[in-house]
Ligand binder design. Structure first.
Ligand code: NAG
Ligand code: NAG
Length: 280
C-alpha cells in the first residue's frame, strides 16, 4: 500500500523533475551505459541487448516505422568506431557507428530518446554501398583523425550557441543571406568524402547547394563535446548532419544520407544529384 502510494506520488511529480539539470536520474553515466548497449546490440546483431527499452518504444529505420527485431540491430556488424553524444537535458543520445572492415560496410547514426529512463524512441539511419558518396574506409580514416574530445568547461559553448551553429549551416541551403559561423579549419565528412586534408586550411564553405530545404529537424546536443546531431529531411531524403562546434564556430560536419530507401530502389539518388550538384 505504502509502496504503490509512493510510486503514484513519484509519477505525479516526475514532470517537475525536468529542469535545467535535465530529467531526474538522466545522468551522463546512465546515458553512456544505455548508448553502450546500443553498440553491443549492433555488434551482436541482437536487438534485445538494447536496454532499458520501454515496452511501447517507437522504432524508425531510415525515417520509416519498422520492427526493431528485424531491423539494422538484428544484423551483426563489426564496429570499428563508435562515438556517443549524451544529452542529459532532453534525456537523449546520438551514436555514430562505422563498420569498414567487416563483411559488409556500414555507417550508421542512431538517436535514442528516453522517457522515465527507458528508451521510448529509436531513430536509426543506416547507409551502405550505393548510398551518397559512401565509402566506410574513408569515413573511418577521417573520423579517427578528428578530435571530438571533451572541451574544457571554461571554453565550452552554450547549448544555444551550438544549436544555432548547426541550424545556420542547415539554413544556408535555402537562404544564402544566413551568416554561418564557419571555423577555420573546418572539414566536412560526407559519405566517405572529405572537404579537407586534415590541415590548417581546411574549409567547410565549399560547394553548398542552394534551393534545398533541410526541415523536420530533431536535435541531440552534448555541450561537453560541442556536438549537435540533427536528423532531418533533406528535401525528402533521410539525412543526419552532426556538427562539432568550438568557440562558437563549426569545426567538423559529418553527414549520413540514405539513398537506398523504398526497397533499395536508390530512387533518392537522382534527386540528390539534382539538388546537390554543387558537391560534385
Ligand atoms: C575510399 O577511401 C579510401 C580512404 O580514403 C581510399 O583509399 C579509397 O580509394 C576510397 N575508395 C573509393 C572507391 O573511392
Ligand atoms: C534568411 O535569413 C535572414 C538572415 O538570418 C533572415 O533575416 C531572413 O528572414 C531569412 N529569410 C527567409 C525567407 O527565411
Amino acid at each position: 500500500m505504502l509502496n504503490s502510494l509512493t510510486s503514484c506520488l513519484l509519477l505525479a511529480v516526475a514532470p517537475l523533475g525536468i529542469s535545467a539539470q535535465g530529467a531526474t536520474g538522466c545522468t551522463r553515466d546512465f546515458l553512456q551505459a544505455a548508448a553502450d548497449t546500443l553498440v553491443a546490440a549492433q555488434t551482436a546483431g541482437n536487438p534485445s541487448l538494447l536496454a532499458p527499452v520501454s515496452s511501447n518504444a517507437v522504432y524508425h529505420e531510415n525515417f520509416k516505422a519498422a520492427a526493431l527485431t528485424s531491423g539494422s540491430l538484428s544484423r551483426a556488424v563489426k564496429v570499428d568506431h563508435s562515438r556517443h553524444s549524451l544529452d542529459t537535458i532532453q534525456c537523449a543520445t546520438y551514436t555514430e557507428i562505422i563498420s569498414a572492415t567487416g563483411s559488409k560496410p556500414y555507417v550508421i547514426g542512431v538517436q535514442l530518446f528516453f522517457t522515465d529512463l527507458k528508451v521510448s524512441k529509436i531513430d536509426l539511419l543506416s547507409t551502405t554501398t550505393g548510398d551518397w558518396l559512401f565509402n566506410a574506409t574513408g569515413t573511418l580514416n577521417w573520423a579517427r583523425k578528428e578530435d571530438w574530445g571533451v572541451i574544457p568547461e571554461a571554453q565550452r559553448d552554450s547549448r544555444a550557441v551550438i544549436k544555432a551553429a548547426g541550424d545556420a549551416y542547415c539554413d544556408i541551403f535555402s537562404n544564402k543571406t544566413v551568416v554561418v559561423p564557419w571555423g577555420r579549419p573546418c572539414a566536412r565528412l560526407e559519405g566517405g568524402a572529405y572537404t579537407g586534408n586534415g590541415g590548417p586550411n581546411d574549409r567547410c564553405d565549399v560547394g553548398i547547394p542552394s534551393g534545398v530545404s533541410l526541415v523536420d529537424r530533431r536535435y541531440v546536443i552534448d555541450e561537453t563535446v560541442g556536438a549537435v546531431s540533427i536528423f532531418l529531411s533533406f528535401s525528402g531524403i533521410p539525412d543526419s548532419h552532426e556538427f562539432r562546434v568550438e568557440g562558437g564556430k563549426l569545426r567538423f560536419v559529418h553527414t549520413i544520407t540514405v539513398m537506398n530507401t523504398g526497397g533499395g530502389s536508390g530512387k533518392g539518388k537522382g534527386k540528390k544529384r539534382r539538388v546537390i550538384r554543387g558537391h560534385e
